[in-house]
Design a protein around this ligand. Structure first.
Ligand SMILES: [Fe+2]
Ligand SMILES: [Fe+2]
Length: 319
C-alpha cells in the first residue's frame, strides 16, 4: 500500500462510521465543492483542496510522498518531534519503519480541528437538542477552539518529519468515528439497571482492561454507580469536548448518561446539579479503540504495526 492508500482507506472507514450517516457526509462534500466553485480566484489560492474529497480537516498526510510504498508503520495517539526522532532511532537500529501515524493532529490538521466540530451539531440534534440551539452554541465553541489552537507552535512534528524525511499521517476524526461507532454498538439497546452496571460492561473492553491495570480506569465522574442510567449517549467524536452550555442542553433534552473520553473540570458542578451521569472512559484507552480498528485493517493488508505513544494495541483480527 502507498501512503495515499493508507490515507484513503482511513477516510473511507471514517465516512462509513460517521455518526451523521454516509449520505449526510456526501451532501456536505457536494456543498463544499459548490462553495469552492463560487470562490474568487484569490480565495481559491488559499483553499485547502483536500476538503473537496476529505470531509475531515484534522486528518491529513502531513509529510511524505503519497506514492511511497508503506510496509511498516509506527502508530501512536500523539506524534510530536520526539516520536519522529523515535522513528529515526528505531530505523538506525534496523527496524525499517516507513511512516509515522498519529491520532492527535499537528500543523494545519490541528489548526483546522474546529471545522470537524460541526459533526456534533448532528449528534446533539439526534440526542434531542433543537438543532438551531446546537448549531448556535457550537458556532461559539468552534470560535473558542480556533482561537485557542491558533497561537500554538503546532508544526514541530512536521518540521522534524521534513528534516528527517519521515512520512507523517494524522488520523483524528476518522479514528474517533470508528471508536464512537464501536462503543455505541457495544452498549447497544440493552437496558442497564444502573450506571455501575453500564460501567462494568464498558470495563470488559480489552483497551479498558489495560487502562485499569495502568490506574487510568473508566470512572463515574458525575452521578454515582447506583443511579439509574436513563437514556445513554456516547460522545467519542467531533473534534473536542462541547462547552458547558452544550452539556446543559443535553441534560435538558433528557439524556441520562453520557459516556465521554474526557470531561472538562468546569462542567462537573453544573452537571451534578442537573442529575445527569457521566462516565469518563479515559482518554488514551478510548482513543485506542478507533486506532485499533483501523490498524487491524492495515495488518490484514500485510502492513506491520508498531504501537507507541499511549496507544494500547489490541488486535481484533481473527487470524
Ligand atoms: Fe480521539
Ligand atoms: Fe484524543
Amino acid at each position: 500500500m502507498t501512503l495515499q492508500d493508507l490515507y484513503e482507506l482511513a477516510i473511507e472507514m471514517g465516512t462509513n462510521s460517521d455518526p451523521r450517516g454516509k449520505e449526510t457526509v456526501k451532501k456536505h462534500l457536494i456543498k463544499t465543492n459548490e462553495n469552492y466553485k463560487k470562490l474568487k480566484d484569490n480565495d481559491k489560492k488559499y483553499f485547502d483542496k483536500e476538503n473537496l474529497t476529505n470531509p475531515y480537516s484534522d486528518s491529513r498526510i502531513l509529510n511524505g510522498d503519497p506514492k511511497k510504498n508503506i510496509k511498516k508503520v509506527l502508530a501512536g495517539i500523539d506524534a510530536e518531534a520526539s516520536e519522529v526522532l523515535l522513528v529515526d532511532r528505531l530505523n538506525q537500529k534496523g527496524q525499517k519503519i516507513d511512516a509515522l501515524i498519529s491520532h492527535h493532529p499537528s500543523g494545519h490538521a490541528l489548526a483546522g480541528l474546529h471545522e470537524v466540530i460541526d459533526i456534533q451539531v448532528d449528534m446533539f440534534a439526534k440526542a434531542g437538542v433543537p438543532e438551531n440551539v446546537a448549531h448556535a452554541l457550537f458556532d461559539i465553541r468552534k470560535a473558542i477552539v480556533q482561537r485557542k489552537i491558533k497561537p500554538a507552535n503546532h508544526s514541530r512534528a512536521i518540521d522534524a518529519a521534513k528534516l528527517l524525511d519521515i512520512p507523517l499521517l494524522a488520523l483524528h476524526t476518522v479514528w474517533d468515528n470508528l471508536g464512537n461507532k464501536f462503543l455505541n454498538e457495544y452498549i447497544g439497546n440493552k437496558k442497564y439497571d444502573s450506571v455501575g452496571e453500564l460501567l462494568d460492561h464498558i470495563n470488559e473492553i480489552p483497551e479498558f482492561v489495560e487502562a485499569i491495570k495502568g490506574k487510568a480506569a473508566p470512572s463515574v465522574v458525575v452521578g454515582s454507580r447506583n443511579r439509574r442510567t436513563g437514556r445513554i449517549i456516547v460522545g467519542f467524536t467531533g473534534g473536542t469536548n462541547p462547552s458547558k452550555e452544550l452539556y446543559i442542553q443535553l441534560a435538558k433534552a433528557g439524556v441520562g448518561t453520557l459516556v465521554e473520553m474526557h470531561l472538562p473540570e468546569d462542567v462537573i458542578d453544573d452537571l451534578n446539579k442537573l442529575h445527569i451521569n457521566v462516565i469518563d472512559a479515559g482518554h488514551m484507552a478510548a482513543d485506542s479503540i478507533g486506532a485499533n480498528l483501523y490498524l487491524d485493517e492495515l495488518e490484514k493488508k500485510g502492513i506491520e504495526v508498531v504501537p507507541c505513544s499511549g496507544l494500547i494495541r489490541i488486535k481484533r483480527n481473527k487470524s
